[in-house]
Design a protein around this ligand. Structure first.
Ligand code: ACM
Length: 504
């Protein structure tokens, strides 16, 4: 008997029993099923092994059969059996897709022959919300790069992609009713690097690709702060920059410029910008942007930002939070906001808060986050000292920042999202791991910060705490087995010394 947690799987399944035999996978292995996951399986096997599986309508010895059966597994869950053949039964199409991702990790090669271990896996996610965020503002990543990000994060069973589409350094999505945003405010990026933006067709292409990989796209327009770029296109919408001590000293230390209203901002400082809270035109703008985004976003959420509005007076900030979340509701979407917006007494009911404080909350962070739940909303946990993928792995790591923590793989793995705030467990929708892009000048840099830590956060979000083998010791052994797959797919992961990386 082989122990379940010795299976080469990340995230760990809820339960597994492992036999001793193996099932060969060869050119004569047939695939049965007509779901999109059937094609995804054939493509994944071809990519990993070079073997081109053939589709078949009828049962054949040793075949891989895929089907959906809502009575056999819950939403996003699946059962995977490998014996004389393979059967994957998804509770829905997403579950089937996750069963295929598991099968993909189970494939192994010995002397040129590919096979799967005999196994019976019953699996379903702990949290419905398993997110990653890509900041495409400080540095811009094009449609091809975002698709690669989707490929590799959906393979770890992440199911939400949050795109941070606007910030001080650039505006990244075309809005028909405010065309100067992309005309004048999108060419810039941090450090004077290349900017860019998505046309609405580009965005639709990303959404369609994400949907095919069972990921819901959450677009974020960050308001009322992080809005310097809006003022490059429409100066009448924003206030003069308000400088804070941290921003000024950081600018001196890094040799970066200070923000000047109406000119592109290429530094990393935060908290200096604000839209005008008491101008009706500001809300015309918010309404138009939210409406256009809602029209091209099939998912239920629009993220309205709310972080680090240090230059916006508190009463104005709260008023804005209430009006902006109400506008999202009017547009038929569920608002999402960074936890600071929980300071607003009348934040729209049902707004989802995104907690980005520490695993031990500081200041008013917990209180602000908990207010979303009091208002009938829920929470996404992005504890900055555990889930932030832009923090350095080691103090001298060449990429990343350190303001929240230095986060090695073990730190990213070892935290409990329900133990931070005083809210009912079911108010925690799940986890999101954000990648902020100040230091990632290329997509290869992004991958270096995201992988392997995304594997740790995937397990925090997917695997039940009580699943046999849900431990750091087991995780590091299992994570090690992803190296050959990542290498083969050209993923620029950081080979963290904590992990006994597999050569083959
Ligand atoms: C944040 O890191 N400013 C949400």
């Amino acid at each position: 008997m082989v122990l379940p947690h010795s299976l080469p799987l990340v995230p760990l399944p809820s339960s597994a029993s492992v036999g001793v035999g193996r099932l060969p996978i060869t050119e004569s292995t047939r695939v049965i099923g007509d779901s999109p996951a059937t094609t995804q399986l054939k493509d994944a096997v071809a990519q990993r092994t070079g073997i081109r599986l053939t589709a078949s309508d009828v049962a054949a010895p040793g075949a891989i059969a895929l089907r959906v059966d809502g009575t056999a597994a819950p939403a996003e869950g699946y059962r995977l059996t490998v014996a004389d053949g393979v059967e994957i039964v998804g509770g829905d199409e997403a579950g089937l897709f996750y069963g295929v991702q598991t099968l993909r990790q189970l494939l192994s090669e010995d002397g040129g022959a590919w096979s799967l271990p005999h196994v019976e896996i019953v699996d379903a996610p702990r949290f419905p919300r398993r997110g990653v965020m890509l900041d495409v503002t400080r540095h811009f990543f094009d449609v091809t790069e975002v698709k690669r990000f989707i490929d590799e994060t959906s393979a770890l069973k992440f199911n939400h992609l949050h795109l941070h589409l606007s910030d001080d350094q650039g505006w990244r999505i075309h809005i028909d009713s405010w065309p100067k945003l992309t005309e004048l405010s999108s060419a810039s990026a941090a450090d004077g690097d290349r900017g860019g933006y998505y046309t609405q067709d580009d965005y639709r292409e990303i959404v369609a690709y994400a949907t095919a990989h069972h990921m819901i796209v959450i677009p974020e327009i960050d308001l009322p702060g992080h809005t310097h770029a809006i003022g490059v296109a429409y100066p009448d919408l924003v206030e003069e920059p308000v400088l804070n001590d941290g921003l000024v000293s950081q600018a001196q230390e890094l040799g970066q410029p200070l923000p000047v209203k109406g000119e592109p901002y290429l530094g990393w400082g935060v908290g200096h910008s604000s839209v005008r809270i008491h101008e009706e035109r500001t809300y015309d703008f918010v309404r138009d942007v939210v409406r256009e985004l809602a029209e091209i976003t099939p998912g239920p959420y629009i993220h309205i930002g709310g972080d680090e509005s240090l230059g916006t007076p508190q009463a104005d900030f709260d008023l804005f939070a209430e009006k902006a979340t109400a506008i999202v509701v009017e547009a038929g979407k569920i608002p999402v906001a960074w936890h600071e917006m929980g300071s607003a007494a009348d934040i729209a009911t049902g707004t989802v808060g995104q907690y980005w404080g520490k695993t031990t909350p500081e200041g008013s962070h917990a209180e602000e986050a908990e207010h979303f739940v009091a208002r009938g909303g829920a929470l996404i946990m992005s504890a900055a000292d555990a889930a932030y993928l832009d923090m350095k792995y080691t103090p001298d790591f060449p990429l990343g920042l350190t303001w929240a923590a230095v986060i090695d793989v073990q730190r990213a793995y070892s935290w409990e999202p329900t133990a931070i705030l005083d809210v009912p467990a079911d108010a925690i929708l799940g986890v999101e791991a954000p990648l902020w892009s100040e230091t990632t000048r290329t997509y290869a840099d992004v991958e270096n910060l995201v992988f392997p830590r995304a594997g740790a956060l995937a397990e925090v979000a997917w695997s039940p705490q009580e699943a046999p083998g849900r431990s750091w010791e087991s995780f590091r052994e299992r994570l090690a087995t992803l190296a050959p797959q990542w290498r083969q797919r050209g993923v620029n992961f950081y080979p963290a010394p904590e992990i006994p990386w597999a050569a083959q």
